[in-house]
Write a protein that binds this ligand. Structure first.
Ligand SMILES: *Cc1c(COP(=O)(O)O)cnc(C)c1O
Length: 398
């Protein structure tokens, strides 16, 4: 069968491949510790589950909804943004989609023509570049140094800017690095975007998962000019432990929302009705569980970060948000006698039963990503196994 050029150029998802391998070993009865996952390990809070059950028994979940989402949910997003960002939008500025991932997909489809350029700082979340390519745009990657906390600078942006630059992507707190841009950094980047009329896609999905006194400043809140230049992407997956429900949203100029809605109406029709009612409760209901989960992530980070940072050769910057560690392990590879991260990660899984993701899918081939969305006992055991694996390899290598 001949498949389209569009699909043949897609890269497979490394995170998915890694978790598939881990699951296979687990099915064979091996005691695998899986740190590949990009989702909270908590169950969706009870009040949200209950709202979904209520929507079903009330019969509200049986029917198509407006394709941009039910009015209550668009309004709940408006209220959430007023509460968390201090910004005033209207429901017409909001589209609810099947996860934040589909918001991004619709946005690129709605904004890009062939060859339009999208600047993507590296390391990046795996789907940005592939989605830009699906929209026939051209991803322009900029490598950001760990020495600069993996953040992009205006000088770097200016170096790659062309007449065809339409968008840039900003993900703070970042998956995979966990770093957060400061208000000053955001102002500099935002003013650059305003000056050159480049729209910034602000992927704020980890905005509520920040730790140890670090604060999340939404790009859109920095100034009125910058707000107009910003497309906000967010969703309930990460902060409310709702990855399986598939609810995300975009907040932007009405014209863009309508264009995205047009595509949505011809592709998914609407996000799943029951999930939308659950998301209304997530955004409007009691927010205590969000804080409880945040505290649990913070405790995990503070427990395993020093242990991971002490592993031989690990170069690790302490994350400020999200739920991943992203160490550069090139020195570890040398000590262990490996010449690439992929082989090391493969052997770690096969010999020590710890599953991680290589940095390759995030654009950084010297790094690994360790998710700490697992309970503390698992994390501590995983770090011990990694330490044992490294010691064994160093012995064998000498
Ligand atoms: C998880 C994630 C998303 C998408 O989440 P959805 O489940 O599709 O809402 C978007 N961006 C980043 C950086 C993520 O980690």
């Amino acid at each position: 069968m001949k498949l389209s050029k569009r699909v043949r150029q897609l890269l497979p998802s490394v995170t998915l491949a890694a978790s598939t391998k881990a699951k296979k070993l687990k099915a064979e009865g091996k005691d695998v510790l899986n740190l590949t996952v990009g989702e909270p390990d908590f169950a969706t809070p009870k009040n949200i589950q209950q709202a979904a059950i209520q929507a079903i028994t009330d019969g509200k979940a049986s029917y198509y909804t407006p394709s941009a989402g039910i009015p209550e949910l668009r309004q709940a997003v408006v209220e959430m943004i007023r509460r968390e960002y201090g910004l005033d939008y209207e429901a017409k500025n909001v589209i609810v989609t099947d996860g934040a991932k589909y918001s991004l997909y619709l946005l690129f489809q709605a904004m890009l023509d062939i060859g339009d350029e999208v600047i993507i700082p590296v390391p990046y979340w795996v789907s940005y570049g592939e989605q830009v390519k699906l929209a026939e745009g051209t991803p322009i990657f900029i490598s950001c140094l760990q020495e600069n906390d993996f953040k992009v600078t205006v000088d770097q942006l200016e170096e790659v800017r062309t007449e065809r630059t339409r968008l840039m992507i900003l993900n703070s707190p970042s998956n995979p690095t966990g770093m957060i841009y400061t208000e000053d950094e955001l102002r500099a980047i935002g003013n650059w975007a305003v000056q050159h009329d480049i729209m910034i896609v602000s992927d704020d999905i980890y905005g509520q998962l920040v730790y140890n006194g670090n604060t999340f400043t939404p790009l859109a809140s920095v100034s009125e000019d910058i707000r107009r230049q910003t497309i906000i992407i967010n969703g309930v997956s990460k902060s409310y432990a709702m990855t399986g429900w598939r609810i995300g949203y975009t907040i932007a100029d009405e014209q863009l929302i309508n264009a995205m809605n047009n595509i949505a109406s011809h592709s998914t029709s609407n996000p799943t009705a029951v999930s939308q009612y659950a998301a209304v409760e997530a955004l409007n209901g009691n927010q205590e569980t969000v804080e409880e989960m945040r505290i649990a992530f913070e405790e995990r980070l503070n427990t395993i970060y020093p242990k991971a940072a002490a592993l031989p050769g690990f170069k690790l910057t302490k994350p400020q948000g999200a739920f991943y560690l992203f160490p550069d392990i090139s020195e570890t590879l040398t000590l262990c006698g490996y010449n690439n991260v992929t082989d090391w990660v493969d052997d770690l899984l096969e010999e020590a039963y710890v599953a991680l993701v290589t940095g390759e899918g995030f654009g950084s081939e010297n790094h690994i990503r360790i998710s700490y969305a697992s309970d503390l006992a698992v994390l501590e055991q995983a770090i011990e196994r990694i330490a044992g694996f490294i010691e064994k390899k160093i012995r064998e290598n000498n």
